[in-house]
Design a binder for this molecule. Structure first.
Ligand code: CP
Length: 315
């Protein structure tokens, strides 16, 4: 049997994504109509987290339980593991995989999900590996765009903030490159710009993109053009002693009333959370803020993903 690991965005095509979206739609419909779902009764998921999480960990846990399955897990994979005395991630994954039916792995090293998938006897779902990828958060975002905008083709999207280290943005950009007519605007501090490998990928795949650095004026211009403004935190620790730089960028990339005034009425504001100063709570009441919808759609999408990787059809 071919295992359906979820390691990185590049492994998907539009057809598979559509299949997962349909699973999520069907799960959503059944839950909203009050039908019990026992599709994964008898299955066990392991949340194997070496780095803290609340959204990804809880949403997979809830998704599995709502489908009738069970969950074991730890947020301290390394502390509780024999890895402290020299065992490898591979050994741990083999061991956990012999107990359960699917593993969600969050790890601090880029490439760890791929390493796990190479040895795991059960499907591996990458819940975030270092600064590399966070494909399930990005599929959630894509599903949210599909539902709220009626499709992904032709979408224009601005990514703001910490582009160098956002694994969610990396995954989402790889996904978007599969659709047609996509326009991407990257806006960030120069020291946190999008990495070259991803820009080369976009060029190879003929996806239109532009970059802007350190500029409040550019940001206003970009805000007036796009369908989606996708925000991420600017990390204070990146700037070390250069606190003036941090203060400057925090001001530039914080959503304020001037930026809200420049957005079109039908532009959506997205954020993978957790948020920082870039997204003041006052924005929550703006009808264009859909970051809590992202979380709500994430629940159904992760249920659809679990059915997909475990080979269970949702009819
Ligand atoms: N969005 C996200 O990945 O959040 P967590 O770190 O809480 O899982």
């Amino acid at each position: 049997m071919v295992l359906h690991h979820i390691v990185e965005a590049q492994q998907f095509n539009k057809k598979t994504l559509q299949e997962i979206f349909i699973f999520a739609d069907r799960v959503k419909e059944r839950i909203e109509r009050g039908f019990p779902l026992e599709l994964l009764r008898g299955k066990i998921l392991a949340n194997l987290f070496y780095v803290k999480s609340i959204r990804t960990m809880f949403s997979f846990e809830t998704a599995m339980k709502r489908l009738g399955g069970e969950v074991i897990g730890t947020e301290s994979g390394e502390a509780f593991s024999s890895e402290l005395v020299g065992a490898t991630l591979e050994d741990t994954v083999r061991m956990v995989g012999s107990f359960v039916d699917v593993i969600v792995l969050r790890h601090y090293q880029s490439g760890s999900a791929k390493r796990a998938a190479e040895v795991s006897p059960v499907p591996i779902i990458n819940g975030g590996d270092g600064a590399a990828q966070h494909p399930t958060q990005a599929i959630v975002d894509l599903y949210c765009i599909e539902k709220l905008m009626g499709g992904v083709d032709g979408v224009s999207i601005a990514f703001l903030g910490n582009l160098m280290n956002s694994r969610t943005i990396r995954s989402l950009v790889y996904f978007l490159a599969k659709y047609s007519g996509i326009k991407i605007y990257f806006a960030s501090p120069r020291t946190l710009k999008m990495k070259d490998d991803l820009k080369e990928y976009l060029t190879e795949h003929r996806v239109s993109f532009s970059e802007s650095f350190d500029s409040a004026e550019d940001l206003m211009e970009i805000a007036s053009k796009v369908d989606i403004l996708y925000l991420t935190q600017i990390p204070e620790d990146h700037f070390g002693d250069r606190i003036c730089d941090y203060d400057k960028y925090r001001e530039i990339f914080r959503i304020n009333q001037n930026i809200l005034n420049r957005l079109r009425k039908d532009t959506f504001i997205m954020h993978p959370f957790p948020r920082g100063d870039e997204l003041p709570v006052q924005v929550d009441k703006d009808p264009r803020a859909i970051y809590f919808d992202q979380i709500k759609y994430g629940q159904f999408l992760r249920m659809g993903l679990l059915c997909y990787v475990l080979g269970v059809r949702v009819d």
